[in-house]
Ligand binder design. Sequence first.
Ligand code: DWN
Ligand code: SAH
Length: 405
Amino acid sequence: MPQCLICQTDYEPFISFGKMPIANGFLTEKEFEKEYFFELKTGFCPKCKMVQLVEQPDREMMFHENYAFFSSTSARQVIHFKEFADLIAENYLNSDDPFVVELGSNDGIMLQHFKGAGLRHLGVEPSANVAAVAIEKGIATISEFFDEELAKKIIAEHGQADAVLAANVMCHIPYLHSVAAGIKLLLKPDGVLMFEDPYLGDIVEKTSYDQIYDEHAFYFSVASVSYLFEEHGLEVVDVMPQNVHGGSMRYVIAHKGAKDISAAAIAQRKKEEELGLHLPETFERLRRNIETSRDKLVEILAGLKKEGKRVVGYAATSKSTTVTNYCGIGPELVEFISDTTPIKQGKYSPGAHIPVKVYEEFCGNYPEYALLFGWNHAAEIMAKEQKFMESGGKWIIYVPEVKIC
Ligand code: DWN
Ligand code: SAH
């Protein structure tokens, strides 16, 4: 049996998605032969309540100088991170010459605002190509993986931080004890860590199983996050649900006893018990819901193929790698995937090998159906695709339920 990465308890995986490639491993035809696969399996730890991957590929296989995800590709996310930065600047940077550190700062989508305000900042971004975009914008960035050792180096060079930020990064790091130990050292006595990640409650309620892929080692709840940080003399003092990436949770963490615990943090723990996020049967139910979702989606796509309809994928997301490989959706069902990221274009999707094409291929010759792999950006995408809908085009979505709309 696998052992929990947080509390070392043995646990049973509740689902296997079968063999999976690297979710952001877009590749050329020549590379098909040597494509890497591992078994994507997820489990729930009955002791510390952490939902986690059983096996994760080495970090260098996922985060490197050709990382395919650039944060600023979504206009909605650009606004979201401006609001996040404003919240920090207004509430948490009251010392003389404050210092902000962001983990997984990517192309500088959030730090650009601290840089713009002339505040001391540092981005930690191991994927060198996305870090280079931030550096180009004048944002102080080091291309390294954050852990306790790096925290010590940052303190030696810059001193402690008023705020440590991370969005969609903590859940990527299997060695979270080292990260938490590093944050304990890095934070000033009244400093805060604020981070957000896709929320387990939303994944369970919406059956958004495509959040499960190699990069996401953990699926957090307030209960599991609290367990982890309490082991390091830190505690969750506030939580703020976020309407991004299909439902995320922002956690505010401080040194134990340094700040009052908010009513929202207490209420969310209670809500999690009502949702059953502490019970193994919840994840058995999730597995059944995932299987039903897969079967319905495959049935729709097979039916449309029979009718000779054109179906194109919209947005070659990391999440789509789980959907296409788990459901067995290849180029015979989805003609191509339209995506705005140059590094993905002209390549094939991982495992399923669906061609990824420039956006112009989509809007130059609308298909009858678009399979919305970027469902988490549905509001943004649908608002700009009025013409597709006016042409009679329909969306196929699968979160929170499988339907054509
Ligand atoms: O956690 C993670 C999140 C923050 O970002 C990472 N592990 C990787 C990544 O996940 P993702 O790839 O599922 O992210 P998105 O934001 O759901 O999808 C981004 C992709 O969608 C990009 O390739 C660009 C594409 N896209 C598009 O083609 N047209 C996105 C939008 C909004 C569009 O209009
Ligand atoms: N914060 C951005 C990017 C999220 S993608 C956003 O929300 O859009 C996840 C990022 O985490 C990648 O850019 C990856 O390179 C980075 N990452 C992975 N492991 C890390 C680690 N140990 N320390 C810091 N960043 C890490």
